[in-house]
Every structure is written in C-alpha cells, then in structure tokens.
Design a binder for this molecule. Structure first.
Ligand code: PLP
Length: 457
C-alpha cells in the first residue's frame, strides 16, 4: 500500500500543523515536546498507516466508530453519487430528502416498535443537547415545568458541548468553562473494580443504582426530568455494569416518572453483540442518542430516537420544536449512513460481533496472568484491561493516568492503537476484525504491557 500522497512533504506538513492547528483533547506540552502530530494517511480494514510508513492495528476503530472497517469503496461511491444528485438540502419547514427519510425508516426498523420517530443532528454531543431541550420542554407541555433537573453519572461522557459536558461527569471537563451548568447532577457510576470493595458485583450494582434513587429524593422527584446513561460507559474505561444495575435503574426511573435516556453513541449499531446496548444490558429507555456507528464515522451524523408516548404527547400539543441544525439529516451523510446500515445487515456484522466477542474475551483473559493486569472484561467487541499495582487488592498506581499513558505510548510505538482511560486500557476494534487479527491485537497488547511493567517495577 502506498502511504504517502504525491509530493507530500511530511516535515513541512507537521510544522504547518503545529503552527496552525489547535487540536482537541491534546496534551499540548507533550505534543510540542514530541515534535508535533502523527499524520495518518491511509487505512484499510482494521489497519491504519502513518506518513512515516508505520502500520498500526486500530484497536479503537478511530474513536469507537469505524465499525464496518476502513476502505469501504461502496460508502465512497454512495457519497459521490449523492453529491452529484443533491449535495445539500435541509429538512426544516416541511421538507425532506430521499436518503434522510429512508434512513429514519431504517433506524426505526432496527429498534423496538415504540421508536418510530428519529430526529437528526450532526454528532453525539448535539444528540444529547437536543434531548435536554426536548425533555425540558416536554415536561413544560405536560404542565410540569419544574421537572427540569437532569441526572447523569460520574465519569459519564456525553460529548463536549456545554450541555453534553454538563450531563457528563468528567471532572477535568467540568473544570473548564464553568460546568456543570445549573440543573445537572451526577451519581455513582457502576464501577465495581474501583468502588465495589468486598461487595459482589451484583450487590454493588444495586448499591450504585440506589444512589440514583437517593439523588432523585434529594432533588424532589417532581423536579427531575430525566436520567441519562451509556449502557456501558466507554470513555470512563469501558465500565460494564453488574447485571443487577440497569433493571434496578429502570425500576427507579419508572417509580418516580423520570425519563430514561440511553446514550448509545458507542454501544449502538452492534458494538455489544445486539443492535443496541440497552438490549444487551436489559432495560427499556424512553429516548436514545446515537452517532458514531450510524455512519461508521464515514460522515458526521447523529440522531435521537423518541418513543411513541413522548412524540404523541408532543404532537398532540401542536407545538413546533424550535430546534434544528443546518446540516441535520444532510443527504450525503444520510446516504452514507443508510449504506453503512445495509452493510451491517448484509454482512451480518452484529451476529459476527456476538460470535467473535467470545474469542476476543478469551484473548483478553489470556492477559490476566500479567503482573500489572488486575482484571480484563468485555462484551461483544468492547473491552478493557485494568492496570493494577496490586492484582489482589486492586490497588492502583500513583498518579492516575501516568501508567496508562506509558502503556498507550508503548502500544503506539509497537503497532497497536489502544486507548488509556486513566489506568484502564480500552479496546473497541472494527467489527470486521478477523480471529488472526484479534490474536495479533492481544500479542501487541502483551508486548506493551511487558514494556510498561519494565518501566514501573
Ligand atoms: N456520547 C458518548 C457515549 C460518546 O462516547 C461520545 C463521544 O465519544 C459522545 C456522546 C459525543 O459524540 P460526538 O463526539 O460525536 O459529539
């Protein structure tokens, strides 16, 4: 594979990047000290190449999104054809485009019966912003304007806009820009490894759910609009809740009339071995946020699915939703997303995730004997490796994130992209990964763990 575009002078490009490109979520000190950005030039299947010709196995499918794998010509062709036919039109003021409508119907067809209405946005953050505006206005229309408080979880991640970051529970993000905004609250995340003490995971799942009930009672149930959660918390470190957790959370939400929102931005479209994470984790949300896997990252697009009950109430009141983005339901993004969902169906990729998920789990488990691995866990093709100073007591290394970053850098330098969430290493490869490539991913992970161990022992 050719990795360099014609006449590309990489040193100059990196210098221009350093001079002009302000990167998101980037440690700028390390970035400058290490000589600027790593330039990714090409990709195919589960592999990416940088401009220096290094080949890396992308164990993160980009940012948890390239589910059908890189190099899908059919997606490029669909985008090209749609651009020639109709490069843009909007969906405001009683208008639509063919792929936008087809995509809404296709998403709905892959959801439980009650989700018939899909609202389009451009990202996961916008999906969650949209939900907050909708639920607060919904309760106002229902004669309960005081039901405005939103509850999320510590270390939840729902995006980077002011509202999405307020819903999320990332302390670092809250420290910038005066967040969380008023009206957002956070409860215990179901992270048995760090917080479970000597409880069984199931006991701890109930304890974590009870913290939601405590918060609802503290705020006054009549003031609470909704609770939001990722079925599996991704950016927190792939926190797979104990099986007691979600059914109990649902029970609590129903008891107090609190709307239940599933943020399926990572879990949706097959990542956990079912179309939706809520199916794997066993709960029934009222509203679903989605993005990433909707187009496998080939185009920016997100969406919100609203259950019939909410839509009926809303439409019955005859009010317009004063909300929408210029590019929402963009015909090119919608055409690509539609084709992406067809690929997932035609190639039975959700079934493949379930099937290969057990092979992936076995691969991760084979790392449990490593001196700095405290636990491995996975569901479908999303998994985590906990780095521990003491395997038995689950004690962490000093300075959270230090050892994780070392391990992540060793991965990068040895041909694997594995992300560090503090000291939890996470993996979410494309669904098309083969068993041989899973073996290779685990082999490269072990090399990085060995090198990390040498650094810290
Ligand atoms: N929700 C979850 C669970 C996510 O993981 C992310 C992004 O990683 C978002 C929302 C935000 O999506 P976006 O980056 O498309 O705004």
């Amino acid at each position: 594979m050719t990795v360099l575009a014609k006449n590309l002078n990489i040193a100059e490009l990196v210098a221009r990047d350093t001079a002009h490109h302000f990167h998101p979520f980037t440690d700028h000190n390390a970035f400058h000290a290490e000589g600027g950005a790593r330039v990714i030039t090409q990709a195919d299947g589960v592999w990416i190449w940088d401009a220096k010709g290094n080949k890396l196995l992308d164990g993160m499918a980009g940012l948890w999104c390239v589910n059908v794998g890189y190099g899908r010509k059919e997606l490029a062709e669909v985008a090209y054809r749609q651009m020639l036919d109709l490069p843009y039109y909007n969906t405001f003021f009683k208008t639509t485009t063919v792929p936008t409508t087809e995509l809404a119907a296709k998403i709905s067809a892959n959801m439980p019966e009650r989700f018939k209405h899909i609202f389009f946005v451009n990202s996961g953050s916008e999906a969650n912003d949209t939900i907050v505006r909708f639920v607060r206005h919904y309760w106002k229309l229902m004669g309960k304007p005081y039901r405005s408080q939103i509850i999320g979880r510590r270390r939840g991640y729902h995006g980077s806009t002011m509202i999405a970051a307020s819903m999320g529970g990332m302390e670092g993000m809250h420290g910038q820009g005066g967040l969380p905004l008023p009206g957002f609250h956070h409860v215990q995340h179901p992270y048995w490894y760090d917080f479970g003490r000597d409880l069984t995971p199931d006991q701890f799942g109930l304890e974590a759910a009870a913290d939601l009930e405590k918060k609802i009672l503290e705020l006054g149930p009549e003031n609470v609009a909704a609770f939001i959660g990722e079925p599996i918390q991704g950016a927190a470190g792939v926190l797979i809740p104990p099986k007691t957790y979600w059914p109990e959370v649902q029970k609590i939400c129903r008891k107090y009339g609190v709307l239940l929102i599933a943020d399926e931005v990572i879990c949706g479209f097959g990542r956990t071995g079912n179309w939706w994470g809520f199916q794997t984790l066993g709960f029934e949300p009222d509203i679903v946020a989605m993005a990433k896997g909707l187009s496998s990252g080939y185009q920016p697009i997100g969406a919100v699915a609203f259950s019939d009950r909410l839509i009926k109430d809303f439409f019955d009141k005859g009010e317009e939703f004063y909300h929408g983005m210029t590019y929402a339901g963009h015909p090119v993004a919608a055409a690509v997303a539609l084709k992406n969902l067809e690929i997932i169906e035609d190639e039975k990729l959700v079934e493949r995730v379930k099937d290969y998920g057990s092979y992936f789990a076995e691969g991760l488990k084979s790392l449990n004997d490593h001196p700095i691995v405290g636990e491995t866990r996975s569901v479908g093709l999303i998994g985590a490796i906990e780095l521990a100073k003491d395997k038995k007591t689950r004690a962490r290394f000093d300075k959270p994130g230090r050892v994780g970053t070392l391990c992540r850098d060793h991965c990068f330098n040895n041909g694997l992209i594995m992300r560090a969430c503090w000291d939890t290493m996470v993996l979410a490869p494309p669904f098309v990964i083969s068993k041989k490539e899973i073996d290779e991913m685990v082999r490269l992970a072990r090399i990085a763990l060995d090198k990390t161990y040498q650094d810290v022992k």
